[in-house]
Design a protein around this ligand. Structure first.
Ligand code: UDP
Ligand code: MG
Length: 319
């Protein structure tokens, strides 16, 4: 029997803990009864009685609930890390506590992995009603730009809800950087992933833990953690300014020769300023390039992530 370990980060989710437990139990005693499952709650320093509710579930007979409780609120990304680090089972699932990630999607996700040969399946929230052309265009361009600048593969509506082979979870854990942006990490590690679509669901209880400041910081981390393009782009800008200074110099020179415009001291100064400005930007770009490398280096990411290995030779084989 294959085992699925379900990691659930919780921050002030006292009501939701039991709700999601019941929902999962229901699912695994019906549609998914051929699978074994475990739940790993990560209490992200909740201030309410979330932990008490979790502990209650661990005391039930034959309980399959485990938990980690943080000393303070470290944020969802850290909770995800702790959960994946301690997950076992053949597959690891990651879902929110508030039932906004419908548990029954797991059926389709398992199907994607077992029957269609994917390494993981990621849920994508879609809106069924038609959106305006302009909005669509803007949102598509946004993802294009982000993906281009950072090398990530993000898609609109992509969530953290995911089912993956244990191996994929291990790969995520091997990324030890502190500024974590899980969606970027998903695409960095590779592995084939299927998008599983679902319609938006309201929260089961309580309020979203996000505010605008949090969202802004999240987006910023996402871009800065993966993009070194802005640092590298400066070099091209430097070349551009130097190029312009040359073209401008030639133009002024020709004009002076033809007698349209006098060559004055100020002309020389303007040209010098422009040229030196370009040189300075170029040098900044070079420094940026080094900084970009140092930045990626200090993240201490693994050099590669292998999907399969056979490094021992089987000598027992008959000749
Ligand atoms: N969460 C967490 N730590 C935080 C904020 C949120 O572990 O600091 C958890 C939260 O308990 C929930 C999930 O992350 O299980 C998603 O949070 P929320 O529902 O507030 O986000 P939204 O669905 O609005 O994006
Ligand atoms: Mg939610």
């Amino acid at each position: 029997m294959k085992k699925i370990d379900i990691v659930i980060p919780c921050y002030n989710e006292s009501k939701c803990v039991e709700l999601i437990y019941d929902a999962l139990k229901e699912l695994f005693s019906n549609e998914l009864k051929t699978y074994d499952f475990g739940i790993l709650f990560v209490d992200d320093g909740s201030q309410d009685d979330t932990l008490e509710h979790i502990v209650k579930l661990t005391n039930i007979e034959n309980s399959n609930v485990r938990y980690i409780s943080f000393a303070r609120n470290f944020g969802k990304e850290s909770a995800i890390y702790a959960g994946l680090e301690n997950a076992d089972g053949d597959y690891v699932a990651l879902m929110d506590a508030d039932l906004q990630h419908p548990p029954h999607l797991l059926i389709e996700m398992i199907h994607a992995i077992e029957d269609e040969g994917y390494d993981c399946a990621t849920a994508r929230r879609v809106k069924r009603e038609k959106e305006s052309r302009l909005r669509n265009f803007l949102s598509n361009s946004f993802y294009h730009v982000i993906n281009w600048a950072t090398g990530m593969r993000l898609a609109p509506g992509m969530t953290d809800y995911r089912l993956m082979k244990k191996q994929v979870a291990d790969a995520i854990v091997s990324m030890r950087e502190h500024e974590r942006f899980i969606k970027g990490i998903y695409s960095w590690i590779g592995f084939s992933s299927k998008w599983v679509e679902y319609e938006n669901v309201e929260r089961a209880d309580g309020d979203s833990k996000w505010n605008y400041k949090g969202l802004w910081n999240y987006a910023k981390t996402g871009i800065i953690a993966f993009a070194v393009t802005p640092l590298k782009a400066v070099i091209y800008f430097g070349f551009f300014v130097i190029g312009i200074s040359f073209i401008y110099a030639i133009r002024l020179f020709i004009m002076a020769k033809m007698g349209i415009r006098l060559w004055q001291d100020t002309t020389t100064i303007i040209l010098l300023l422009l040229f030196l400005g370009g040189v300075i930007i170029l040098l900044l770009g070079v420094i940026g390039e080094y900084l970009a490398r140092i930045y990626m280096e200090v993240k201490n990411r693994p050099i590669y992530i292998a999907k399969e290995k056979k490094l021992e030779i089987d000598n027992k084989k008959e000749k």
